[in-house]
Write a protein that binds this ligand. Structure first.
Ligand SMILES: Cc1cc2nc3c(=O)[nH]c(=O)nc-3n(C[C@H](O)[C@H](O)[C@H](O)COP(=O)(O)OP(=O)(O)OC[C@H]3O[C@@H](n4cnc5c(N)ncnc54)[C@H](O)[C@@H]3O)c2cc1C
Length: 466
């Protein structure tokens, strides 16, 4: 294999002297292909991604980020931004270019009196939950504790609290960002409101966000956990899930899943999290818990940070992954039957199928009020192929694709940006929906040369015109 070097977008190698100057200007560590840490530093959650950056700048703070953005722009480099490294398509990395790695920027500062928290972009959800839980508060975010707050927030952010308290991006008060010109901008409803609009759902298109300020919500002990049933009851269970979620109050977050137990038995499950009064919750969840009866009923009161780890074991670091995801028009009986049939054909016991319901507070915000457009209450289907041996990729990917094709009659044509894998350009545009043209305007204003393009990319006007 040819030696990896830092190249610009025209393919020319960057001079060693320039790289040395950049290294010397950073407080954090700058890692090149010859460094011992290189292979660890280019590893992300999805082991299917094998990209070889020319340089990885592991920033220690805002000044390093400014230096990295200026270095990238001045040398016309391909740039990727790494937060928690959980983007399934590997958008935290690039080949031959510069990775602005924020994973060591881990500050979390809770201001309990103001009900706010400031978070640096290398923080993972579990790390944020740990600090806010001290004060009996939480930021509504995703459902796996190692996901990065940064990428998740910029793409919208859905999780157990979405119906009660909205998307993660709905709970942002302000951002600090380094834009392509190397300027630091404080962004809120009052300052750079166009950017404030775009950063709430527009992904990593507009610069490197170095700080997120969130509103805190009173969430401490929740009633939640897993209900596990044998797979042969999956059709009935999904119907019950649909009927329950149609009328459940906003305090209830509930997902349905088809997966395997650690010893390989196919099962169907409901995972739920109730964030209101616990005795009310117990009454409300009773019909769901009586159905079956389940093989396992693990629903119990628990600290919210523990609830946030329910799925962690099912999606460990370092496995091979390929995802297909789309919203459904409705969770009809026909759609359920097709889903169960394809789930039963899964080629790997590590693969899973997830149905998630959103709506509530998130859907009471107009689709054009922030860049996140997919606000109408609906079900999202996630087909999550997962395996361990790289050489088996073809058959597991083929399973996910065939499953997704079979669901085409039931898809709404809308997508969640955060769940899109590589090579899904049309789906990316569809995810932005009616906000796409306005996003192009904001992108053109703040990043006219498309410096930040390793993401769910919005092409600025001049670049799109060729
Ligand atoms: C196991 C798993 C569970 C998940 N669960 C959920 C969930 O419950 N809810 C949900 O909404 N999503 C979920 N996701 C999707 C997740 O939100 C996205 O993949 C998101 O991009 C992850 O953010 P990250 O910082 O970890 O990603 P990274 O891979 O580090 O970054 C992804 C992209 O985000 C952008 N980005 C990251 N940091 C910055 C920054 N500081 N400034 C500018 N741009 C930046 C860049 O464009 C980058 O390419 C899950 C993903 C996985 C793998």
């Amino acid at each position: 294999m040819a030696a990896v070097v830092l190249i610009n977008r025209a393919g020319a190698a960057v001079a060693d002297e320039s790289i040395a100057q950049f290294r010397a200007s950073c407080r954090g560590v700058v890692i090149g292909p010859a460094d011992a840490e290189y292979d660890t530093a280019r590893r992300i959650w999805n082991a299917s991604i094998d990209k070889r950056p020319g340089l990885i700048a592991r920033c220690s703070g805002l000044a390093d980020v400014i230096a990295a953005v200026n270095f990238a722009r001045d040398h016309d480099l391909l740039v990727a931004i790494r937060g928690g490294g959980h983007n399934v398509g590997g958008r935290a990395l690039c080949d031959g270019g510069l990775v602005i790695d924020l994973s060591r920027m881990k500050g979390v500062h809770v201001d309990p009196r103001a009900g706010r928290v400031r978070v640096q972009p290398g923080v993972m959800l579990g790390e944020l939950d740990r600090e806010t839980h001290v004060y009996g508060m939480a930021v509504p975010a995703g459902v796996v504790s190692k996901t990065g707050v940064a990428g998740l927030t910029l793409g919208g952010g859905v999780g157990w609290l979405v119906k009660k308290y909205g998307l993660t991006c709905d709970n942002v008060i302000s951002f600090e960002i380094v834009t392509a010109d190397g300027q630091v901008r404080q962004v809120s409803a009052d300052e750079h409101p166009d950017l404030f609009w775009a950063l709430r759902g527009g992904g990593g298109n507009f610069g490197v966000v170095t700080s997120f300020e969130y509103r805190l919500r009173p969430v401490s002990t929740v009633l939640g956990g897993l209900l596990v049933h044998p797979r042969d009851r999956a059709v009935e269970l999904l119907q019950r899930y649909r009927d329950f979620t149609q009328s459940a109050p906003d305090e209830v977050g509930a997902y349905a899943a088809m997966l395997h137990t650690p010893d390989g038995a196919p099962v169907a499950a409901i995972v739920t999290c109730y964030c209101g009064d616990l005795s009310e919750g117990a009454k409300l969840l009773e019909p769901l818990r009586k159905f079956g009866p389940p093989l396992v009923d693990a629903i119990q009161p628990m600290p919210f940070p523990l609830m946030q780890t329910t799925f962690d074991g099912a999606v460990p670091d370092g496995n091979q992954n390929y995802w297909k995801s789309s919203f459904l028009r409705a969770l009809s009986d026909d759609a359920i039957r097709v889903m169960v049939r394809h789930a039963n054909d899964a080629t790997s016991p590590l693969s899973a199928v997830l149905v998630e319901q959103y709506g509530g507070a998130a859907s009471r915000v107009a689709p054009t009020e922030t860049a996140f457009a997919q606000r109408h209450a609906q079900y999202d289907l996630g087909i999550l192929a997962q395996w361990t041996r790289p050489e088996e990729a073809d058959r597991h990917v083929a399973w996910a694709r065939a499953f997704a094709d079979a669901m085409s009659a039931y898809r709404s044509g809308d997508y969640l940006l955060n769940f899109l894998g590589e090579g899904e350009d049309e789906a990316i545009k569809a995810a932005f929906g009616p906000n796409y043209l306005r996003l192009v305007e904001v992108k053109t204003k703040y990043d006219p040369a498309n410096l930040f393009r390793v993401n769910q990319n919005i092409q600025p006007a001049a670049v799109a015109a060729g």
